[in-house]
Design a protein. Structure first.
Length: 440
């Protein structure tokens, strides 16, 4: 199902990302005073009234990028405008009409597409008077807003849905129940290349320049018979190398993407050694209890390396992920992409499985007979019963006499036993110990 799309355009730093966040009611795009922070097309699905559409943020037209990616950003802008049903042109009321605003207005007129002119940063009467100047652009009355406040956002959305094409019979929110797969890894591991390969189009910018991707970019794709959302994230790096607040917020968005996704694809560059950054990424996905696939990318570039030796190398470098499946791919050559997608859905299915309480209790009883929890200072740990209380991740709670008597070694032992006996072989399992409340 293809939803109508609205492209937010304008020169750098006029508040396009702020408008997207205000309209969505949550922080989707990074907002920063530095011009050109947004590079890729960042889309969010928005339902307003009885209409659902994609609202697309993008880099500023005429951007001068600090990493020489100007042309790549312009390609993304052109693609979004070409595919959009409505164009939302944002200008800065405080700056007045600039030569670049005139160029953007001329571009919009040439498209002949429905459009709205939005004057942002109208925070007082003086700015309201200044905003009248934008009538000169010949795009109609400027709608006055303050995206940060936020003020005037619903007025824009009211006008916007009037310009959308007629509502299709199947137009409806599509995110409900949709599988979210996050691409995580250090810089230049090939996350954006993989996303474009699976999406079948150049949906995000790919560059050899480290740090090209700054925000988390959600892209809804259809691959074969499967529909899902891929989340491209900024490359993880050591905290000591976070040079400015943009990089800091990029890292925060990456960790946020890990928390909200269903499956993590942890990309590792086969041409480089596994680093401390890879180990930190492993810790992050484990802390979030996320099903994970270790994706060894660029396998076509390594020559005759034996896969068994490389698997042993991974187990030595990333021992906490010993149960995680590993797949060798080449995103650039589209090698093993179908196997990768199928495996991601298989892990997601594992994470949603429920085990009957009787089966859980029997397994706990059998496990404790093999190796029970250690007696601590003369206190005997006792397990009364166990049950699975949640999914994604599978969460098993053991009700006991005193949770402090059950140490991490016994937790790990149980986890391994559960993984061997239950359909959770390749995913994290959450195990908790709770004190049984006495019946009154």
């Amino acid at each position: 199902m293809k939803l109508p799309s609205v492209a937010i355009v304008g020169r750098p730093n006029v508040g396009k990302s702020s408008f997207l966040n205000a309209a969505a009611g949550q922080r989707i795009s990074i907002v920063h005073d530095r011009p050109g922070v947004t590079r890729d097309r960042i889309a969010t699905e928005l339902t307003y009234g009885d209409r659902t559409f994609d609202l697309i943020d993008m880099g500023g037209i005429g951007i001068v990028d600090d990493q020489a990616l100007d042309e790549d950003v312009e390609v993304q802008i052109d693609a979004a405008i070409t595919g959009a049903d409505v164009i939302l042109f944002v200008v800065d009321s405080r700056d007045g009409v600039t030569p670049l605003d005139k160029e953007v207005a001329e571009t919009i007129r040439r498209t002949t597409k429905p459009h709205l002119l939005v004057a942002n940063k109208v925070d007082g009467e003086r700015h309201r008077v200044q905003a009248q100047e934008f009538y000169r652009l010949g795009l109609g009355e400027p709608l006055m807003i303050s995206a940060i406040a936020p003020l005037g956002i619903t007025d824009v959305l009211d006008k916007l849905i009037e310009l959308l094409p007629p509502k299709a019979e199947d137009e409806a929110p599509r995110r409900t129940g949709e599988t979210l797969i996050a691409l995580v890894g250090q810089r230049n591991a090939g996350k954006s290349t993989l996303l474009n390969a699976v999406a079948g189009e150049d949906r995000v910018i790919v560059s050899e320049i480290p740090g090209t991707t700054r925000d988390a970019v959600d892209v809804q794709v259809r691959f074969g018979e499967r529909s899902f959302t891929l989340i491209d994230t900024a490359g993880l790096q050591r905290n000591a190398r976070l040079d400015d607040s943009v990089e800091y917020y990029s890292q925060l968005r990456t960790h946020e993407s890990i928390r909200r996704c269903d499956v993590v694809l942890h990309l590792i560059d086969a041409t480089k050694e596994i680093s401390q950054v890879d180990k930190k990424a492993a810790e992050s996905v484990l802390d979030a209890f996320k099903p994970t696939i270790i994706v060894i990318n660029k396998w076509d570039l390594v020559g005759d390396i034996d896969t068994e030796k490389y698997l042993k190398y991974i187990s030595e470098k990333l021992p906490p992920l010993h149960f995680v499946p590993v797949i060798f791919i080449s995103a650039k050559e589209r090698l093993r992409l179908r196997q990768l997608v199928d495996l991601a859905f298989e892990l997601h299915d594992q994470s949603r499985h429920r085990v009957p309480t009787s089966e859980v209790n029997q397994l706990v009883e059998d496990s404790a007979s093999v190796r029970g929890p250690r007696v601590t200072r003369g206190k005997y740990p006792k397990i009364y019963y166990a049950t699975q209380v949640g999914v994604t991740p599978p969460w098993i709670v053991l009700f006991v006499n005193d949770p402090t008597l059950f140490k991490d070694d016994f937790r790990r032992f149980l986890e391994n036993r559960f993984r061997e006996a239950l359909p959770f072989r390749e995913i994290p399992i959450r195990i908790s110990f709770r004190k049984r409340q006495r019946e009154k």
